[in-house]
Ligand binder design. Structure first.
Ligand code: SAH
Ligand code: SF4
Ligand code: F3S
Length: 465
């Protein structure tokens, strides 16, 4: 059986660098390609993988064909996410055939499951290693072992939190993801995250505060605090106090955070939200279902009445707050009546937008073994009805911005590819398209909103007086 080299991470980085120097003498710079699936937590992890690749002397590969090292950072939240990652890995087979020295590593949430690691081991023999999220810091050891052709390695059942102190190469200057905690203790009955990300671990507040100070000093304007359940953050302080401490840092920036759990919204958090200078007037509060019976089966620890009381308190703290949510359609046992309760909640709360998902059974979770799995045609039909209703509500919500001038942080050229169009976000996180220029990226502008769809606002930049 192949073993990890007996080196520290730092020694492995140095050893890889030495091997790369030899390569460079032959006139070729080694390059790494990092591909990310999944949520912002994975985006943040990939910036750490990129940081480690930089430390090991790998340049950035423009495509997998151009790479000496490929890392696929996978997601396991729904079956579709796993199938996408597996088919991507499958496509790398021919690249490896053309370049036997290519190293392919698969990491992220999918590789924290024994059955998927088994599958990668046996059906994808060109994959050199897998590394579950908790083992990310071991990347240099794995790359070193692969360069030395010591054999394949599969890191599973890692313990501890190796993620503090890793180098980070952020992909954008104006935007920074900052993980404040890892893992989840909630065990919602449908969800794979607690199994693949492990138990909740909060970072030291002092490490978070100095990281946020340093990204602000480096020019970050849009800072997102990440965790599966940020409001259960706890170290020497709780989330409300952490937010207040970060909000006190001088500068022109927006502090965003996700995700919050409806059972953990404290009065102290509401008062910080009401008085903060930098914290976004946006709250992402996943509802999942509007039926009390289904919420109970989901193990969500709140009912409809509690959820509505949190919404009321958030709107009292800030009447302008943008509210968004996640909904799962077709959870096992969901009846037409349960689904009608979900639609009724959408009408009652009137979220600005909703991310909706068709329930996907995840191996090993309690919900996957529940009776009365809903047939996929029924799931799809309900999903369409939900999209139609929320589309109408989101359109109305966005039309309320017509004629208003809002502050927008410019992000990137618009994805629609139209010449001169850029997109950005309001303080509340709404997507805005406007005519702008590359030099505006990372700057706050005043934008007058002139049209709206359910998904975005369109406007014109108001020149500074
Ligand atoms: N920690 C966050 C979000 C985790 S995943 C939270 O608790 O809200 C993001 C969303 O994916 C969830 O809110 C849920 O709506 C959805 N999701 C999770 N597991 C799912 C599954 N098995 N099938 C369909 N959607 C799922
Ligand atoms: Fe999954 Fe629930 Fe944890 Fe969110 S809170 S990550 S939905 S188990
Ligand atoms: Fe996916 Fe893992 Fe995020 S399962 S949604 S990448 S925490």
């Amino acid at each position: 059986m192949t073993r990890l080299p007996q080196l520290t991470e730092q020694e492995a980085i140095a050893a890889v660098c030495r091997l790369q120097e030899k390569r460079r003498e032959t006139g070729k710079e080694p390059k790494a390609f990092v591909l990310t699936f999944g949520c912002q937590q994975n985006e943040a992890d990939s910036e750490k993988l990129r940081g480690l690749c930089d430390a090991m002397g790998y340049g950035v590969a423009a495509s997998p064909e151009d790479a000496d090292l490929i890392l696929v950072n996978t997601c396991a939240i729904r079956e579709h996410a796993e199938l996408k990652a597996l088919s991507t890995v499958g496509r790398y087979k021919h690249i490896k055939e053309g370049n036997p020295n290519l190293i392919i590593g698969v990491c992220g949430c999918m590789t924290a499951q024994a059955h998927r690691v088994d599958e990668l081991k046996h059906r994808y023999p060109y994959v050199d290693f897998t590394m579950e999220p908790a083992a990310m810091g071991k990347l240099p050891l794995l790359v070193y072992a692969a360069l030395e052709k010591r054999g394949r390695l599969f890191l599973l059942e890692e313990t501890g939190d190796a993620l503090e102190g890793l180098p980070i190469t952020r992909s954008e200057k104006h935007r920074a993801w900052v993980s404040i905690m890892y893992g989840c203790n909630n065990f919602c009955s449908y969800c794979i995250v607690p199994y693949v990300r492990g138990r909740e671990r909060s970072r030291e507040s002092s490490a978070i505060i100095s990281e946020v100070k340093s990204v602000i000093a480096d020019g970050a304007k849009d800072i997102t605090l990440l965790g599966q359940n940020v409001n259960s953050y706890r170290s020497d302080m709780d989330f409300a106090d952490l937010l207040a401490a970060l909000d006190a840092i001088e500068g022109e920036y927006v502090l965003r955070f996700m995700t919050s759990h409806p059972k953990d919204v404290s009065p102290r958090l509401l008062s910080v939200l009401a008085s903060a200078k930098h914290v976004e007037p946006h709250f992402h509060l996943p509802l999942q279902s509007g039926s009390d019976g289904i919420l109970k089966k989901m193990n969500r620890h709140y009912d409809k009445a509690h959820y509505l009381s949190v919404v009321k308190a958030l709107r009292k703290a800030n009447p302008e707050v943008v509210l968004t949510s996640d909904i799962i359609v077709g959870f096992p046992g969901e009846t037409e009546e349960d689904f009608a309760d979900t639609l009724a909640m959408l009408e009652e709360v009137r979220f600005d937008s909703v991310f909706s998902f068709i329930y996907s059974a995840r191996k090993g979770t309690p919900a996957a073994a529940m009776e009365a799995q809903v047939p996929s045609e029924v799931q799809s039909a309900r999903f369409e009805r939900l999209l139609a209703l929320q589309g109408e509500i989101s359109r109305e919500k966005n039309e309320a911005y017509l004629g208003k001038t809002v502050r927008v942080l410019v992000d990137s050229p618009s994805k629609n590819g139209k010449e001169g169009m850029y997109s950005g976000r309001t303080d509340g996180g709404k997507l805005v398209h406007m005519q702008a220029a590359a030099s505006y990226i990372g700057r706050f502008l005043s934008v007058r909103i002139e049209s709206a769809t359910p998904f975005a606002l369109m406007g014109t930049v108001v020149p500074n007086q």
